[in-house]
Design a protein. Structure first.
Ligand code: TXE
Length: 459
């Protein structure tokens, strides 16, 4: 049994009250987690540490990011083991997606920071120098689908820009955040620079968002929770980054190479059991290739390995949408059942025959469930893709028209003839109900710093 502890001021702290971390694989209790309700200790530790940390040079902070990356890499198998245990995802996904990206997040921002150029703007008689200062103490709140991947995506740039941190992982998947705290302790990260607290969102998460000395909030999670976070933070004039839900379309045009599109759309549909905000939960197919695509897609689905979803509770939510699809007149082409084995398993499910404006096809399900829809023209596909309140990502599969169609999709990111191919320098984020702001490269550095302009009149 793992005892998860808060990491505050460089110390590991338990509380009298804790709760269970349940494995989605077999519903066993795998850890005890402190039920933190108050973050004053963590904020005090962050406040003490920030002046020293902010006074370091960017190169010194880059060296610290590399130290963390190197130790994470040394223990990458343990990260994968813990992540797989906590989320149920197959080991190869935990290793090749979660663990390797967590290492890369620290390494990328170390390299990016070393190559960051200072900005100046010349006038005829003066020079403007843009200086990026730390915000101070920042609050980072992350979800359960890619636990260390998404938490490290925030921690690395926040540290790089000289801030100290109060971070809270999802209460459902605390293990790798706890592991990261141990790594930071092992490499000697100065006490109080990074503080990780555990507990329920409406309790300790809310406490982070409400705390007057935490000046920026970077949140990834559900759209409904994002609204609560925004409502709390906005009147306090906190900087806010919201990475929320999605209902992304995979669009296969009539000129697509199906040898590329079928496996690519399948992976976009079901990677991580569909529990990635970037997953393509709607498959839009030109009518001329519909039959051939669907025959190949359903055939390859039979050998596509997925894990359970994150919890019994979340499975109930996903199953409720399969029931809704039936009520809305959908045809279950594959899956639709709960396998007869212990754990939060659902068969990967493919549903046809629904309007693209049905609730099943417009509301985020966040599980291994996709709807498929034929279209007859590029214009119709674009209208269908843009017909939800979300606008996070999407993909277009076409030999000649991918970029032209992609630019008409109302979302933050569109892949053409690929999916989840990531350059960490590019802007990452959504529009509409998928969030506010961007992460990645300069966008992360911009969020986690205050840009100051110094205008010098030459004598
Ligand atoms: O998100 P939650 P979860 C979506 C997807 C999924 C839904 C719920 O729709 O079904 O979010 O997933 C903390 N104040 N995505 O449960 O509940 C909470 O403890 C402050 C998309 O992960 O929003 C957790 O640490 N914090 C997403 C974090 O917020 C609060 C990836 C996210 O929890 C809080 C994952 C509060 N009042 C889920 N209430 C993406 N865009 O990648 C909760 N939290």
């Amino acid at each position: 049994m793992i005892q998860v502890k808060n990491y505050i001021g460089g110390e590991f702290v338990t509380l009298s009250e804790d709760f269970d971390d349940i494995s989605p694989l077999d519903f066993s209790v795998i850890a005890k987690v402190p039920r933190t309700r108050n973050v004053d200790d963590a904020v005090d530790a962050a406040k003490k540490a920030q002046p020293m940390w902010g006074a370091l040079s960017i190169e010194q902070r880059c060296d610290w990011l590399d130290k963390i990356a190197n130790e994470l890499e040394n223990q990458i198998e343990e990260i994968a083991r813990l992540e797989s245990m906590d989320t149920g995802k197959p080991h190869h996904v935990a290793l090749n997606v979660d663990a390797s990206r967590s290492v890369n997040n620290f390494r990328f921002f170390a390299d990016f920071g070393r190559n960051m150029e200072s900005q100046t703007f010349e006038m005829s008689d003066a020079t403007n120098y843009v200086v990026r200062k730390p915000i101070g103490i920042v609050g980072l709140i992350s979800p359960w689908n890619l636990p260390l991947y998404l938490l490290s995506w925030k921690i690395a740039p926040a540290l790089l820009m000289g801030n100290s941190i109060v971070a809270k992982p999802s209460e459902i998947t605390p293990l790798t955040a706890h592991f990261l705290a141990n790594i930071c302790s092992q490499v000697g990260l100065p006490a109080g620079v990074l503080n990780i607290v555990h507990g329920y969102g409406p309790e300790v998460g809310q406490a982070i968002v409400e705390h007057p000395e935490i000046k920026a909030i970077s949140f990834t999670g559900g759209t409904s929770t994002g609204k609560i976070v925004a409502a709390t933070a906005a009147p306090m004039f906190k900087k806010l980054s919201l990475e929320l839900g999605g209902k992304n379309a995979s669009i296969v045009l009539e000129d697509a190479d199906l040898d590329v599109a079928v496996p690519g759309v399948l992976r976009a549909s079901f990677l991580n059991s569909g529990q990635i905000c970037l997953c393509g939960s709607r498959v839009l197919l030109h009518s001329s290739i519909y039959d051939e695509f669907m025959e190949r897609y359903l055939q390859e689905l039979k050998s596509f390995e997925i894990g359970p979803v994150i919890s019994d509770e979340h499975r109930s939510k996903v199953v409720s949408y399969i029931d809704l699809a039936k009520q809305e007149g959908g045809n279950i082409l594959a899956g639709g059942n709960i396998p007869d084995k212990v754990g939060a398993w659902i068969e990967p499910t493919v549903i046809s025959g629904l309007s693209h404006t049905s609730r099943t096809a417009t509301e985020e399900i966040f599980g291994p469930v996709v709807t498929v829809h034929p279209f007859d023209s590029d214009e119709e596909a674009i209208e269908m893709a843009n017909s939800t309140q979300y606008g996070l990502a999407g993909s277009v599969w076409s030999k000649r028209k991918g970029r032209e169609v992609a630019e008409k999709i109302d979302s933050g990111m569109v892949w053409v003839n690929t999916w989840l191919h990531r350059d960490l320098r590019v802007p990452f984020g959504g529009v509409k109900d998928s969030g506010v702001g961007r992460e990645g490269g300069m966008w992360s550095l911009g969020f986690f710093s205050e840009a100051v302009n110094i205008c010098v009149m030459e004598d």
